[in-house]
Ligand binder design. Structure first.
Ligand SMILES: [Zn+2]
Length: 204
C-alpha cells in the first residue's frame, strides 16, 4: 500500500530511491523517510529524538504523531529496533522533545528569512507582496489587529496563511520592531515553515 502523500514531494532527493522508506516501530506502517522522525539513544539509554538525523548509532523510526511517539515509549517498542537496553522514561518524553525541536526549527527558519529578501516584513511590504503575487505564505502574529483582514485577503489570493507567535516575538526573531505580518517570498522557505507549523500544530 502506498501511504497517503508518499509521492507528493517530488523534489525530495530521497523520493523513490532504495532505502527511502522506513517502518514506524510503533504502528508498523511503512512511510517515506522524511515522513518519520529518527529516534536514537543517549549513552545512558534514554531515547532521544534525532530531528536532524545527525547523531550516530542505531536509529529507530517513528511517526511524528503523539500516538506513535507515546506508544514507542509505553509499549517499549524501541529496544528491539535499536538492539540495546532502553531506559523508557515518561510516555510523553519523545513528544516533548519533538515539540521543542519543531519550535527551534521554526525559529531558525523565520530568522533565516530576515534580511535575505526572502520575506516582506510588516503591513505595507507584506500586503504589496500579496497584491503583486510574490507572496507564497502569509505569517501573521496571533495578536495582530489585522488578522481578520489578512485572512480575507490571503484567501482571496489563494495564498496560505498561518498564525505564528506574537508581534513582539516575531519582530525579535526578525531583528526588527514588533511585527504583525510577514509575507514569505521564497518557495523552499514557505514550504519548510508550513510543514513545521502544521506538524507542530498537530501536537496541540
Ligand atoms: Zn506510526
Amino acid at each position: 500500500m502506498i501511504p497517503a502523500g508518499a509521492n507528493v514531494r517530488t523534489g525530495s532527493s530521497r523520493a523513490g530511491q532504495a532505502g527511502g522508506q522506513r517502518t514506524c516501530v510503533a504502528c508498523g506502517v511503512k512511510k517515506d523517510n522524511d515522513e518519520l522522525v529518527r529516534v536514537t539513544v543517549a549513552p545512558d539509554g534514554s531515547p532521544i529524538v534525532d530531528w536532524r538525523e545527525n547523531l550516530g548509532g542505531r536509529g529507530a523510526h517513528v511517526c511524528p504523531s503523539a500516538p506513535c511517539l507515546t506508544q514507542a515509549m509505553v509499549g517499549k517498542k524501541l529496544g528491539r529496533s535499536l538492539k540495546c537496553e532502553v531506559r523508557y522514561g515518561s510516555g510523553n518524553d519523545l513528544v516533548l522533545q519533538l515539540c521543542m525541536a519543531l519550535d527551534r526549527q521554526l525559529e531558525t527558519l523565520v530568522r533565516s528569512g530576515s534580511g535575505a529578501r526572502r520575506m516582506a516584513m510588516g503591513n505595507d511590504a507584506a500586503l504589496e507582496a500579496l497584491r503583486s503575487g510574490k507572496a507564497l505564505l502569509m505569517l501573521v502574529a496571533k495578536d495582530s489587529a489585522g488578522l481578520e483582514r489578512y485572512t480575507t485577503l490571503a484567501a482571496a489570493s489563494g495564498v496560505p496563511l498561518r498564525q505564528l507567535s506574537d508581534k513582539a516575538q516575531l519582530g525579535a526573531q526578525l531583528g526588527r520592531v514588533p511585527t504583525g505580518v510577514v509575507a514569505v517570498l521564497e518557495p523552499g522557505l514557505a514550504k519548510a515553515i508550513i510543514r513545521a507549523l502544521d506538524r507542530r500544530a498537530s501536537f496541540e
